[in-house]
Design a protein around this ligand. Structure first.
Ligand code: ATP
Ligand code: MG
Length: 346
């Protein structure tokens, strides 16, 4: 087995390797054939569905050299200065080939001033510049920008599509796993290929053993439930220090914080449903044991409906930010502070 993490090793290098997103692939490969690639695109859609992958493929297909592919993370470069700098850089011709490609990730995070500066560039781009704006929240991108770009809506991948790629990887890597276990991973990933892959990565530690459904349930269920329960207790007790220490401990132990955040969202959602109406607990019967349901009910008592609903939103946003955060635990730490502040002020 190689020591490259799966996502780096198996990121599509060719258009044929992209799963799903047929409409995007078809339109872009046609544009390439006809030499009619546009100057600005917006890739919108859920996390881990291929936006960055396809943006890089497009750059590669345009013969764009590494130096001429500029990736900007708008989540950490939100301001006018960064966009101004970009506008300065745009003037210079590509070092090799015909194009310079600018990928601006999480573009919805730009400040208003930065959007305005970007708009100016989109209005009169130099012939060699191609912009690909990517975002999980296309609805937050101003109309003025939208009117200047060709939009593509990426969709969640189906479980079948996810399984298809996971199967290739497991056979190439000689990971032993049975079909129902794969299906479980694909279902749990909720349309995000990245989540599925990261789960597989965590399961690899068993290496030689055949991975079965029960291993996955264990990985997702019991482990998650316990961790998430502890975290929710800290939040319920408004113990920010306890919660932050706990996240630090999880990070140190190598817990995948994105998956943890996802499990926390799902746990808080359950609490919210129970608060809306306790009869909704029956909806959760499939996902929780009777004991677990009791714990969730008890934990829900110390939150108001409003504060738990806020908490769901906050952790969901944090989950999205983790991968780009310079410090992986930071988005959850911020979420903790925000949730506890909200809870105290309601
Ligand atoms: N449609 C797809 N086909 C093949 N592989 C995919 C697809 N979508 C995602 N992947 C795989 O999942 C990983 C993450 O994909 P990518 O970075 O393109 O997601 P993204 O849509 O940009 O997500 P985010 O919004 O979180 O940045 C990649 O390494 C890639 O191998
Ligand atoms: Mg991306």
């Amino acid at each position: 087995m190689g020591n490259l993490v799966l996502y780096r090793k198996y990121r599509p290098q060719k258009w044929e390797e992209v799963i799903g997103q047929e409409h995007v692939v078809r339109t872009l490969t046609n544009a390439l054939k006809l030499e009619r690639v546009g100057h600005a695109y917006l890739f919108g859609g859920p996390r881990g569905t291929g936006k960055t992958t396809i943006a890089r493929l497009l750059a590669k297909s345009l013969g764009c050299a590494d130096l001429d592919l500029i990736e900007i993370d708008a989540a950490s470069n939100r301001g006018i200065d960064e966009i101004r700098q970009l506008r300065e850089g745009i003037k210079f011709a590509p070092t090799a080939g015909k194009y310079k490609v600018f990928i601006i990730d999480e573009v919805h995070q730009l400040t208003k001033e930065a959007f305005n500066a970007l708009l100016k560039t989109l209005e009169e781009p130099p012939a060699h510049a191609i912009f690909i704006l990517a975002t999980t929240e296309a609805h937050k991108v101003p109309e003025t920008i939208l009117s200047r770009v060709q939009q593509f809506a990426f969709r969640r991948l189906s479980a079948a599509e996810i399984i298809q790629k996971l199967q290739k990887i497991t056979s190439a890597e000689k990971i032993k796993i049975n079909d129902s276990a794969l299906r479980l991973i694909a279902n749990y990933a909720g349309g995000s290929y990245r989540d599925a892959e990261s789960m597989l990565e965590q399961l690899r530690i068993w290496d030689d053993k055949m991975i079965e459904e029960s291993d996955i349930e264990e990985l997702l269920g019991a482990v998650n439930f316990e961790k998430v329960k502890v975290m929710t207790d800290y939040l319920g007790g408004a113990d920010a220090k306890g919660a932050i220490d706990y996240v630090g401990m999880l990070a140190e132990k190598g817990t995948d914080l994105e998956m943890f955040a996802k499990a926390l969202v799902s746990h808080l959602r359950k609490m919210m449903l129970i608060k809306v109406d306790s009869s909704l607990a029956s909806l959760l019967a499939q996902e929780l044991t009777a004991d677990q349901t009791e714990i969730v009910k008890k934990q829900a008592e110390v939150f108001s409906l409003n504060s738990v609903a806020q908490a769901v939103k906050i952790v969901m946003a944090a989950q999205n930010d983790i991968k780009r955060s310079p410090i992986p635990s930071l988005p959850i730490e911020l979420a903790v502070v925000e949730i506890i502040n909200n809870k105290n002020s309601i």
